[in-house]
Design a protein. Structure first.
Length: 207
């Protein structure tokens, strides 16, 4: 057997990774992870109870001191269910929370304030393909979700999405396009990424 394939002398590990610290303010980019076949765009994970879960990967691109750049974390958003699924009150609540998070991601990534009710802002809160999320960049505060199952470790999540300031606020809103960006839809494979029309997101005022 080749020594190249012998890992018996490698340092042992319990498989745990250090979490990003709770409260960390960071700029992240978004990637949609592949889902199950026969789900919309093959982009959703189908749970045993029929829920459709979008799996997102967030990569840190900037922090105040440059620490943690390149680190990743993952978060699942339950955005719907397979047709015919009878939802519980708790499942409906989870879907509504996830939709609220998605709205915040779209607004921040595309450069629109939550209070902006212009036609362009309304369009920016929609997409024709979930892969329009690929490449969206915005600022967040990182949180830590405590595991309820001792078999699994705690994990990072988005605690807060930093909203774009409204036109009547002191900060200037990033330039916008008239409508949401168009997405190329190749015949096969993952659609091309779309970029936020406002360009790079505005840095927070570090305290």
């Amino acid at each position: 057997m080749s020594d190249m394939y012998d890992f018996s002398d490698a340092e042992a590990s319990n498989g745990d990774f250090d979490l990003l610290p709770a409260g960390l303010t960071a700029c992240v980019t978004t990637t949609v992870k592949a889902g199950d076949e026969d789900t919309p765009e093959n982009a959703f994970k189908r749970t045993s109870t029929g829920l459709l879960m979008l799996q997102l990967e967030f990569t840190i691109t900037e922090t105040e001191d440059g620490k943690y750049v390149g680190r990743k974390f993952w978060q699942n958003l339950i955005l719907g269910a397979v047709k015919g699924t009878q939802l519980t009150d708790g499942q409906e609540k989870a879907i509504n929370i996830a939709k609220g998070t998605m709205r915040q991601i779209l607004e921040a990534g595309r450069g629109y304030a939550p209070t902006d009710e212009s036609e362009a802002a309304i369009n920016a809160r929609k997409f024709d393909s979930v892969f329009e999320l690929d490449g969206l960049e915005f600022w967040i505060d990182v949180g830590v979700e405590k595991s309820k199952d001792p078999q699994y470790s705690d994990k990072n999540k988005i605690k807060k999405v930093h909203a774009v300031a409204g036109a009547d606020e002191t900060e200037k809103v990033a330039p916008k396009t008239a409508a949401k960006p168009a997405v190329a839809k190749p015949a096969a494979g993952k659609p091309a990424a779309s970029k936020a029309p406002g360009g790079a997101p505005k840095r927070p005022n570090w305290s």
